[in-house]
Design a protein around this ligand. Structure first.
Ligand code: DAH
Length: 348
């Protein structure tokens, strides 16, 4: 066997060895050791190249070429491995056996949930959801609802007036609506009976913030108008809704009251959810909790929207969403709803 052939086989073997060692290197230090071993000054290649002069002239070319091929191939491999190792140092390998990171799942705010539950009582009865503007005008919020300017009941609806140009100069001062009842007017103005609507939304009153008052809260308004809707319909529908919200055993009572926009008017109470009616601090020893206002739509309201009071009749009701949520869940402070403390919100 000629020296050249032997050398060739020697390099093939060396090449395989070096390739394995390169792949097996787990960090840059180990990789450098591979380089020193196979390409360093005491390595086979370098020794071979140094001994070139001792070879017969016709072998020098092929041997030199073989040794240089080996060198170049290994250098390329080392560079690739170096890049791969550096990469994995920067981005540690993903450990697929670790438990995944569960993104926090949102949920509906308790007020939204309560509002959905209230509205949900009426949808199967053919009511549709309508919304109205939070920035209202005095005529819709008061006058059209039979609350004239000089009337003392207007004081009961303390109001945030807003200093902006009125979108309709004939409809009074702009204000933040103090109840959802003006949406009754807006809907009736544009539509003919029969109608059945529920109106969820925000309302605003300049009340100092305390455990039971907020300058912003939510109401759900309801209105049903056709040619024969009566107080018995109103009673039946509201009682059914309250049983759905507070449980089938819920006792409901209608108590005469005054609202300018309904006649007759009533307040609806349920037997106290805390004591069952015996009397406690939640119900102020009364045994009953006031839940909402309601009544038969006043003829003046029908006139204001251009309906003939002799030809139509209807009922309306309005309830506070926070109050219902508080009674349903035993929450003692309305401010909790708006502080965005997840420890509170996550309970619903
Ligand atoms: N708007 C009234 C309030 O904010 C609630 C109300 C009472 C609405 C009687 C009605 C109703 O539609 O008929 O206190």
């Amino acid at each position: 066997m000629s020296g050249a052939q032997e050398l060739d086989e020697h390099f093939i073997q060396l090449e395989q060895e070096a390739a394995h060692a390169t792949e097996a290197a787990l960090d840059l230090q180990q990789l450098d050791a591979v380089r020193v071993k196979y390409l360093g000054s005491k390595s086979d290649v370098v020794t071979t190249l140094k001994r070139m002069a001792e070879l017969p002239a016709d072998q020098r070319g092929p041997v030199g070429k073989r040794a240089n091929d080996f060198k170049r191939t290994l250098e390329t491999r080392l560079a690739e491995r170096r890049r791969a190792l550096a990469q994995s140092l920067r981005a540690p390998a993903i450990d697929v056996t670790l438990p995944g990171i569960v993104p926090p799942l949102g949920r509906l705010h308790p007020i939204t949930q309560t509002m959905d539950a209230i509205v949900g009582c009426f949808l199967p009865l053919g009511f549709e959801i309508v919304e109205g503007p939070e920035l209202e005008q005095a005529w819709y919020n008061f006058d059209a609802l039979n609350i004239p300017a000089e009337h003392p009941s207007r004081e009961a609806f303390d109001t945030f007036f807003v200093d902006v140009p009125a979108s309709d100069p004939t409809r009074g001062r702009p204000l933040l609506r103090s109840h959802t009842s003006p949406v009754q007017i807006r809907v009736m103005q544009h539509r003919k009976p029969p109608l059945r609507i529920v109106v969820p939304g925000k309302v605003f009153r300049p009340d100092p913030l305390d455990a039971s008052h907020s300058f912003m809260f939510h109401q759900v308004e309801g209105l049903m108008v056709d040619d024969r809707t009566n107080f018995a319909d109103l009673r039946g529908i509201l009682a059914q809704c309250l049983e759905q919200l507070f449980g089938p055993e819920t006792r409901v009572r209608f108590r005469p009251h005054f609202f300018p926009f309904t006649e007759p008017s009533a307040e609806v109470d349920i037997a106290c959810t805390a004591c069952g009616g015996r009397g406690c601090s939640t119900c102020g020893q009364k045994g009953w909790l006031e839940i909402m206002g309601c009544g038969m739509v006043h003829p003046h309201v029908f006139k204001a929207v251009g309906y003939d009071p002799a030809a139509v009749q209807g009922f309306a009701f309005g309830m506070g969403v926070e109050r219902i949520a508080m009674l349903k869940h035993g929450i003692k402070d309305i401010r909790l709803f708006f502080e965005n403390d997840l420890r509170f919100l996550e309970q619903f």
